[in-house]
Write a protein that binds this ligand. Structure first.
Ligand SMILES: [Zn+2]
Length: 265
């Protein structure tokens, strides 16, 4: 178990480092494959492999580019560290479950979606429209391994219903308030979120909905408390969806018990 968690953290560091590639290229229309090597955003110098070790290189190089000594943005390292921590936590909670590959793919995608959405207020189609096709075989694999056909059927239903409900809500919001509350990127991301959280269970879907709304309210209240209320309205919805999905994934049992208590079932 300790080995599995350690392995997940190391893989998280590596794919977290790789996550910085789509985070910086997809919003500008670039691809992951071209160019094949990473370059310093300031001077354009190609980054040598020894200077591209997640987190470590950033600390060793004194947080500067080896070629031009321009400071390296801390967010690269934050993305690496957050991905590693979430991979470790997911492996710790789930162990060698057949669903673990699907969960890790989703967790990585949520880090990418959150980072891009916070900066550009979009979630690219390159992520949201590809992800369901990567996740579906992994969820089917888990269902085959566990013989969980009811869970698989619920996953398929939720992959349609969750984005459907969000689209309906955004239309109502648009008619009432005259502004867009939930973007199409969020709704497309919800296909994948509905699929995976739906596979976990019906109550997990309720937890997902509650956790998304609560995280949005908590952030809004916290920003109001420090006098930054206007910032709350500028935060996109994607990060809240990511937090909302991580709660049933990482704290499924206590969260479901709590929701069951509240709903009286
Ligand atoms: Zn440089």
């Amino acid at each position: 178990m300790g080995l599995l968690i350690a392995g997940a953290v190391v893989i998280g560091l590596l794919v977290g480092s790789f996550a910085n590639v789509p985070i910086h290229r997809w919003p500008n229309g670039g691809t992951v494959m071209q160019p094949t090597r990473s370059a310093c955003p300031a001077c354009g110098a190609l980054i040598a492999a020894r200077d591209n070790i997640p987190v470590v290189s950033w600390l060793v190089l004194g947080r500067r580019c080896r070629n031009c000594a321009e400071p390296i943005a801390v967010r690269y390292t934050i993305v690496e560290a957050v991905t590693a921590a979430l991979f470790g936590a997911t492996a710790w909670v789930w162990g060698l479950d057949p669903l673990l590959p699907a969960l890790l793919v989703l967790v990585w995608s949520l880090v990418v979606a959150t980072a891009i959405d916070l900066e550009h207020r979009i979630i690219p189609n390159r992520l949201t429209l590809r992800l369901p096709f990567v996740l579906a075989p992994l969820v089917v694999f888990a269902a085959v391994m566990d013989g969980a056909w009811i869970d698989l059927r619920r996953a398929a239903l939720a992959a349609i219903l969750v984005p459907g409900v969000m689209f309906a809500l955004s239309e109502v919001f648009r008619l009432v308030r005259g502004q867009v509350g939930i973007g199409m990127g969020d709704i497309k991301l919800a296909i994948s979120l509905g699929m995976v959280v739906g596979y976990l269970g019906a109550l997990e879907l309720v937890v997902f909905a509650y956790a998304t709304i609560i995280s949005a309210v908590v952030i809004a209240v916290a920003l109001m408390a420090v006098g930054r209320a206007r910032l709350a309205s500028r935060i996109p919805f994607g990060p809240y969806l990511a937090v909302g999905a991580l709660v049933p994934i990482l704290a499924g049992e206590p969260a479901v018990a709590l929701v069951g208590l509240v709903l009286g079932i």
